[in-house]
Structures are given as C-alpha cells and as structure tokens.
Design a protein around this ligand. Structure first.
Ligand code: TRP
Length: 333
C-alpha cells in the first residue's frame, strides 16, 4: 500500500515478440479497469527480455511498441505509471538483494525456467535462472497489493510472496505481500493449429497465433483455418478442444455465455461460427491497431510518457529500496 492508503497494482509485459490475443484477453485488456481505484504501475520489462538473446534494434523498437500498445489498449498515462524497467535502476538493485534471500532449490523448481532452458539449451544463463527474483523485485519495490497476470505467471507470483514473507520474517515488516489476480476471462487461449497447446507469441506456425496488431484479413483467415474436430455442432465439451477454444475467444469478445453461444449457432455449422469469431475479434482489435499506429508515429510523445513514468516510478521505488538497504545493514552516505 502507499502511504496515503491507496492500494497498488503492478504488472509487466516483456517487449519480446508480438503480443497475442491471449496476452490481450488474459492481461492487458483488464489493466485499464484498475486505474480508478488503485495506484497502477505498468512496466515494459526489457531487463527480463534479455534473459533470452535479442536483436538490439528489435528490442528497442519493441519497447516503444509495447508502451504504445499499453496506451492503445486504454491505459491513460495520466492515470497510470507507464514506464520502462531499465530506466529505473532500483529494480536491478533490489533484485540483487533479493537474490540473496532466494534459494537455489526454489528457483530450480520453476516450470518456466525448465521450459525455457530446454528451448534455449545453448544459452541457459544465470539471468534466466534468477528471472523470478527480478520479477519479485519489480513487484515488491512498490509495496504492491495486486498483480494482474495470465495463469502462466502464477508460480512466479507465489515465489514473490515467499520471498516477501521470508524477508519480513528476518527483518520485520518491510514488504507488502502481493496477491495475484489471475484473470477469469480468457484464462487460457490455445493455439489455433494445436488447441491442446497454449497460444504462444513465439509459435513458428503463423496460423496458430492471432496477434493484437494483425489486420482484419489475417484474423479472418486464421480463424477460418483453425483446427477443430470432425463433429459439426457448436457445443462446449470434452474432446472438442478446438471448438472450446473458439467458444472461449468468442465469449471473451462478446461477453456471451457458452449456453448463449450454443443457442446462437444452433443448426449452423463450424464454418459460420469460425467466421463469426473472426469478425468479433477483428472488430474489437481495429481501434487498438489504429491508435497504435498513431502513437508509433509520435516517438516524442512516447518518450515523454517514458520519462515521466520513470521519474514517478523511481521516486516511489526509492522509498522501499532505502528501507531494505537499511534493514540488511548497508551503510548510508
Ligand atoms: N514474467 C512476466 C511475463 O512474462 C512479465 C513480468 C515481469 C511481470 N515482471 C512482472 C508481470 C511483474 C507481473 C509483475 O508475463
């Protein structure tokens, strides 16, 4: 909590790869709703991104793009602190300290580390291993109460809580113990090509993934090609992973329940349904894309947002960091 008792929300998105409708429905779309009641920090986590190898010019471009996308998805820079992680050195400083209160064993158990080290076997670096402590630092620096994330980040929220509790246990109350908000809607959007796998921005099959910034034709085509079963009835059920996924996506964009969707498409085939899913998705994303294009043409504005966001974040982060340094016994000048 902040000193004026306002609750704090923090979340981060990596500027690596294009964001998918899974990122949109499961996370970003829900961020704007918090800004009325909470003090909100939404960070572009470029330091996390370099745990896997990046092309420098692309990382730089995607950092701007992620910030632009935050704003295009409805985050008002005057109501939210939008900033870039590497612009606030307190993240790196606290991450180092927290590394010394995080156990090798608990980091070894992280499923994301296991997955990513299998995928990038030639670059299993220490940063990939300590990724969760940097994420804990992000969250704990701002005395965060709530962390809205997709379900794949649940384990990282748990370890951030464990680190906070451990530190508080040794030094007395220092950190707010954060709680995850795992979005109900769009909990898990699956690949359109293999609906047993999560939709992933790094999928090599372009038809498997719908990106937030895809144009209408691409969106319609991808949904038309989505893999489904050999049944013909639009019904939510076991063994119908493809249809279940399309129904989930349709439900997220229209707020209709599964029963309503079944009724709406009663007697109509999969083809009709797939076109309808494509249409609602394309319609919802069109204004986001238009605003994104407008923002990307105005770098000066984006830099101004980054600058102000970093200043505000740094100011608030310093309070926690000074407290932590004092508690662990660092000398001050
Ligand atoms: N690890 C998160 C992801 O890949 C991104 C992230 C970094 C984050 N720091 C965070 C999310 C702090 C929430 C809070 O999605």
């Amino acid at each position: 909590m902040t000193s004026d008792n306002q609750q704090v929300v923090f979340s981060g998105v990596q500027p690596s790869g294009n964001l998918t409708i899974g990122n949109y429905l499961g996370a970003i779309r829900n961020f704007a709703a918090f800004s009325e009641a909470y003090k909100c920090y939404y960070c572009v986590v470029d330091m996390h991104a370099i745990t896997v190898r990046q092309v420098p010019a692309e990382l730089r471009r995607r950092t701007y793009e992620t910030l632009a996308l935050y704003i295009a998805c409805g985050l008002d820079p005057n109501k939210n602190t939008l900033y870039v992680q590497s612009h606030v050195p307190a993240h790196a400083e606290l991450a180092w300290i927290l590394n010394c209160y995080t156990m090798f064993g608990e980091l070894s158990r992280m499923t994301q580390f296991k997955d990513k080290s299998a995928k990038h076997a030639d670059n299993v670096n220490a940063g990939l291993f300590t990724y969760p402590t940097l994420m804990a630092a992000d969250i704990l620096l701002y005395q965060t109460d709530r962390v809205p994330v997709g379900v794949d980040q649940q384990q990282h929220i748990e370890i951030a809580r464990d680190i906070a509790v451990r530190f508080n246990g040794v030094y007395g109350d220092t950190f707010t113990v954060p709680e995850g908000i795992i979005s109900e809607h769009g909990k898990k959007i699956m690949s359109l090509a293999d609906p047993t796998k999560k939709m992933s921005k790094s999928d090599e099959n372009v038809n498997a993934v719908v990106y937030i910034l895809d144009n209408k034709d691409d969106i319609l085509r991808k949904f038309r090609r989505a893999v489904t079963d050999s049944d013909t009835v639009v019904r939510f059920g076991e063994g119908k992973d493809g249809i279940n996924n399309l129904m989930t996506i349709y439900s997220c964009f229209t707020d209709k329940s599964m029963e309503e969707i079944e009724r709406e498409f009663d007697g109509r085939g999969y083809g009709d349904f797939k076109s309808a899913v494509g249409e609602v998705c394309a319609d919802a994303l069109a204004p986001v894309r238009a605003e994104f294009d407008r923002l990307m043409a105005d770098k000066a504005y984006l830099e101004d947002v980054m600058q102000k966001g970093a200043q505000d974040a740094a100011y608030n982060a310093r309070k926690t960091l000074s407290k932590v340094k004092r508690k662990v016994g660092f000398t001050t000048l």
